[in-house]
Design a protein around this ligand. Structure first.
Ligand code: FPP
Length: 237
């Protein structure tokens, strides 16, 4: 990034990794090849974010609705996630903290355990926090938080007057992380698709027609430049 942008960098960037299927179909390839290429883009962009000093990044890797996709596509995504989980040592060296957003139990015991181990191993790394939303849905996240609050009320740990925005936030999967500043969606779609809906309440949005496998560090620089020129008022004047 050039110096002129460095004064107004987002603390937390969210990426909706969309357009893998179309990228593959355009080339006459099976959709899963698009996910394979998309996984490489994910690695490249995550590394670049770390390099330029972004503190928090979240990638939407698998939604609570993605289980409805054809089995071979779901299997390929699970294969890619498992390959990535096996790279844990590489990230240990990079001082990156890894956090998974969503209900891990749906991935089966072995994979869920790997995810928990990876979170534990990297818990004290403070270079960058990399969050992967997997089996994640924004509404599900809010329900999950609300259930915890209901339990606390029913156990008389808290009363109704203790329920406020910061309590709800703290009990989301992103508890303790800052809200999203910049949300990037490639592939020409202009919607949020149940991604970090609470956390993106005041996010700036950046849309591009580029399909995720083609998303480049140059394109990210462009998004950051665009972000740095925006005036954020958070409801004020
Ligand atoms: C949406 O594109 C993308 C997904 C449902 C999966 C995203 C996952 C990856 C890029 C793999 C990430 C890998 C790791 C290791 C974290 P789409 O298939 O719906 O695209 P389309 O709209 O063109 O069909």
């Amino acid at each position: 990034m050039s110096d002129k942008n460095s004064g107004n960098m987002p603390v937390h960037i969210g990426f909706i990794m969309d357009g893998n299927g179309r990228w593959a179909v355009k080339r006459g390839l099976p959709r899963k090849m698009g996910h394979r290429e998309g996984a490489q883009t994910f690695r490249k962009i995550a590394r670049y974010c770390k390099k330029i000093g972004i503190r928090y990044v979240t990638f939407y890797a698998f939604s609570t609705e993605n289980w409805k996709r054809p089995q071979d596509e779901v299997d390929e995504l699970m294969r890619l996630f498992n390959e990535y989980l096996d790279e844990v040592e590489e990230y240990a060296g990079e001082n990156t903290r890894l956090v998974f957003l969503g209900d891990k139990s749906a991935f089966g015991r072995d994979m869920a355990q790997k995810m928990i181990d990876m979170e534990k191993k990297s818990a004290d790394f403070d270079g960058m926090t990399l969050m992967l939303a997997m089996n994640y849905g924004g509404r599900d996240d809010i329900v999950h938080s609300v259930k915890k609050i209901a339990e606390m009320v029913s156990d008389k740990e808290i009363g109704l007057t203790d329920i406020n925005e910061s309590l709800v936030s703290s009990l989301l999967y992103t508890g303790g992380m800052p809200d999203v500043d910049l949300l990037i969606r490639p592939s020409g779609e202009k919607r949020i698709s149940n991604f970090l809906i609470w956390q993106s309440a005041y996010a700036e949005y950046y849309f591009t027609d580029t399909l995720w496998p083609d998303f480049s560090t140059k394109e990210l620089d462009k998004a950051l430049k665009d972000y740095s020129s925006r005036s954020r008022r958070f409801g004020g004047v």
